[in-house]
Design a protein around this ligand. Structure first.
Ligand SMILES: *Cc1c(COP(=O)(O)O)cnc(C)c1O
Length: 404
């Protein structure tokens, strides 16, 4: 047998680097990634092995994970359609259920039409690379999600990154745009590492002034922003200023998948030209039905939106009163700045030992020295659970020197 070493040699260095990094943190008892949850006890409590932990790292912002109506819808869909589809959407994979879900998403987002894909990640890849090609220009916030960055790169367009939520910098970049080049500005509605909110009023003005389209990723704003949880436009009272809304079905909506919502002609284009639609399997029935039921629940139980907003405000205010640096968060994503990676790990260990499930974000996901605990608060947390978490965080913060 021939020895195949060319790729092996290249990949060996990567394997070693990751093994060394993971083993070093494991040796110190600081490795908390990939922990398998054994059971969902409630939207805010999980069992890991023999231990019950209070969940402060969930994206189920409205506490819908495990909701009986959503579970029942998923089960009914399995009974009706089975567990998969006959392939990709364009061919035999489309179910009546997909069209119902897409109509529901169009209504929820206030757009003419919507289309779904098998993940949020792939939705960003396919959206940007379908809209743009070489010689076009895309302007992307420095803190945008990795799936947006990857979509920009895949598109082949000139990729311009502007300073985080800095509208003066975006304006400078747009002023320097090549005359005649098609322009897309793309941002997260709520930034996933910092929890701050995109400046939609100014974004809309700049896009108008510089002939650019505006695409917004609503992964962390659906259910969280706006009186009815409809997201960024509702938060600012600016309906219709976003040209293309992207969202995920895996966070507030407790399923999996992603969607695009916009003008009917644009969505029609995606149904025929988006490679993730043409070459990747349709959403399974259970997941589509769960997502559709979740839209109904969000509308039928609006008190959940008010609850996540009130809980997040209380949690942020109390953390700041304790002396934690929570950056500029205004949402349910609450970063707790720790400094070096090691201190973020130590903070997580102290929290997990005290029964609080929270996770670190370290470099390179965030800049060196800005490692943090990233906590999330949901509508399902009770005041007593939030107070318990605050108590644990205060103890942990003092133990590792994040607060005095
Ligand atoms: C989670 C997330 C995605 C990806 O969504 P998935 O459905 O998990 O693939 C895209 N954008 C942002 C901002 C996210 O936070």
């Amino acid at each position: 047998m021939a020895v195949r070493t060319l790729l092996q040699d290249r990949i060996a260095a990567k394997i070693e680097a990751w093994q060394a990094r993971v083993q070093a943190t494991q040796a110190e008892g600081l490795y908390f990634f990939n922990q398998p949850v054994d059971e969902l006890l409630s939207p805010t409590r999980v069992r890991i092995g023999q231990r019950e932990l209070l969940m402060f790292a969930s994206y189920s912002y409205l506490g819908l994970i495990g909701h009986p109506r959503i579970n029942a819808a998923a089960q009914a869909a399995v009974a009706r359609y089975g567990t998969g589809t006959h392939g990709v959407r364009l061919l035999a994979g489309t179910l009546a259920l997909h069209h119902e879900l897409e109509a529901g998403l169009a209504a929820f987002t206030g757009r003419e039409a919507a289309v779904t894909f098998s993940s949020g990640y792939v939705t960003n890849l396919t959206a940007i690379s379908t809209l743009l090609s070489r010689h076009d220009m895309v302007f992307s916030d420095k803190l945008n999600h990795a799936s947006i960055v990857d979509g920009c790169q895949l598109s082949g367009a000139d990729f311009v990154r502007f300073r985080h939520n800095d509208m003066a910098d975006l304006e400078r970049c747009l002023r320097r745009a090549r005359p005649g080049a098609a322009r897309l500005v793309v941002v997260d509605a709520v930034f996933s590492m910092d929890g701050d909110i995109a400046d939609l009023p100014r974004l809309a003005e700049l896009c108008q002034a510089h002939d650019a389209w505006l695409m917004v990723d609503e992964a962390h704003s659906v259910g969280v922003l706006g009186a009815a949880g409809h997201g960024l436009e509702e938060h600012f009272g600016l309906p219709g200023v976003i040209d293309l809304k992207m969202g995920t079905l895996s966070k507030t909506i407790p399923s999996v998948g992603g969607y695009l919502a916009g003008r009917a002609d644009l969505i029609h284009l995606f149904r025929h030209a988006a490679r993730a639609f043409i070459f990747s399997a349709a959403l399974p029935p259970a997941q589509a039905a769960a997502a559709l039921a979740a839209l109904d629940v969000i509308q039928a139980e609006p008190e959940r939106v008010a609850a996540v907003q009130a809980n997040a405000r209380y949690f942020r205010d109390q953390l700041r009163a304790l002396g934690f640096d929570t950056l500029n968060t205004e949402t349910a994503i609450v970063p707790i700045l720790c400094g070096p990676d090691e201190r973020a790990y130590a903070m997580v260990r102290e929290c997990q030992q005290r029964g609080l499930f929270a996770l670190p974000v370290i470099s390179p996901a965030v800049p060196e020295g800005l490692a943090r605990l990233r906590t999330t608060v949901t509508a399902a947390h009770t005041r007593a659970e939030i107070d318990l978490a605050l108590d644990v965080l205060a103890q942990a913060g003092r133990a590792v020197g994040v607060i005095a």
